[in-house]
Design a binder for this molecule. Structure first.
Ligand code: FNR
Length: 339
């Protein structure tokens, strides 16, 4: 097995080891004001939306995780089938591995497209990927959009990680070359206002702010290291805070990082997210209860989200940002200092 495939398998194992279903996070300090008299009725179609020109059954999706290893093949096959059966979008893990490694690696990515020929599939590359390779990956996977992940904390936590963070020029090249929409995405440490404004004014018009509160890549990489970098684990901006930064900057954005249940999805949409991404919670459900388990979890989430919209008095995704929010003091304190 190559070093990169090995790393992917270690990430899968450590994501499972550090997963804590009951973990509290910043979404718990955000509340939504609920009308006791909502004057709505549950409408199963109320959460349908469009993504990159295709209709999807819900505004939440399976965010980027796997690809490029033996285990990834099985996971991506199952996730592709589930995405097809539930008609939600799915992003693949970083495909930059395909540039340097053998073509056989491709199967672990392509299986997700084979299982879901008509659904929304999002490819993922690192910001240093040559633009022509990014386009080739998009073509090969018939991807509907391309995520470029920016992950400086994760890289610095890895002894073998990237040490050159001069990324923006190449990201522009990718954007100018690739013929599908680009999503610039963090991996769980959030995006600050300055970065959001820079990306927005540079024409990157969809950001996945991926804040802290869920998967922590400093913790995962620290689990692979022989030296201690646990101090990096607190460098993230909480998802709620980074989402508010994106909202204030007028960016188009996806909320992700620490989304654990349909109420967190609703909070992400109320914060102004166009879509909400979920990574490890879905992966761990698949690891624990298999394909059937994850399929019914996603079906349940759709039903529950529809119910939540109704009790919050809004049956239209367009108007969710009108729901009043309030915060516990520790989170409000951070918001007051940063936004
Ligand atoms: C990830 N994530 C990720 N992100 C990315 O842009 N490219 C990638 O290849 C991967 N790989 C990956 C593997 C595993 C096992 C996990 C759990 C996650 C990050 C992921 O897309 C997401 O941004 C973070 O995990 C935060 O979301 P959750 O997990 O808190 O919902």
């Amino acid at each position: 097995m190559s070093k990169r495939s090995e790393r992917k398998e270690e990430h899968l194992a450590l994501a499972q080891m550090f997963f804590n279903e009951k973990k509290q996070n910043n979404f718990d300090q955000m509340h939504l004001l609920r009308p006791a008299l909502p004057e709505t009725r549950v409408n199963l179609h109320s959460i349908e939306t469009n993504m990159f020109g295709k209709k999807v059954s819900a505004p939440f999706f399976i965010n980027a995780m796997t690809g490029g290893s033996k285990k990834s093949y099985k996971v991506n096959k199952a996730l592709g089938q589930i995405a097809c059966q539930t008609n939600i979008a799915m992003a693949l893990g970083s495909a930059s591995i395909l540039i340097k490694e053998k073509k056989e690696q491709f199967e672990s990515f392509y299986t997700a497209r084979e299982e879901n020929p008509d659904g929304v599939l999002i490819a993922n590359v690192n910001p240093a990927t040559p633009a022509q390779d990014a386009q080739r990956i998009v073509n090969d996977l018939q991807a509907d959009a391309l995520q470029i992940h920016i992950n400086s904390v994760q890289e610095i936590a890895m002894p073998e990680g990237e040490r050159n963070f001069l990324w923006l020029d190449n990201m522009r090249e990718i954007r100018n070359t690739v013929d599908v929409p680009i999503i610039v995405k963090e991996v769980g440490f959030g995006m600050d206002s300055h970065t959001i404004k820079t990306l927005k004014s540079d024409g990157f018009d969809l950001l996945d702010i991926a804040g802290s509160g869920g998967t922590n890549f400093a913790e995962i990489e620290n689990g692979r290291n022989s030296f201690d970098v646990s101090y990096l684990e607190d460098l993230g901006l909480p998802t709620v805070v980074t989402a508010l930064m994106a909202k204030k900057a007028g960016a188009n954005f996806i909320v992700s990082g620490g989304v654990r249940n349909p109420l967190d999805v609703l909070k992400g949409l109320v914060l102004g997210g166009k879509y909400v991404g979920i990574a490890n919670v879905f992966l761990q459900e698949y690891m624990q209860d298999g394909q059937e388990g994850l399929l019914s979890l996603i079906q349940n989430w759709k039903q529950e989200l529809v119910g939540l919209l109704a009790i919050y008095g809004q049956n239209d995704l367009k108007y969710l940002t009108q729901i009043k929010t309030y915060y516990d003091l520790p989170l409000k304190n951070t918001i007051d200092q940063l936004i």
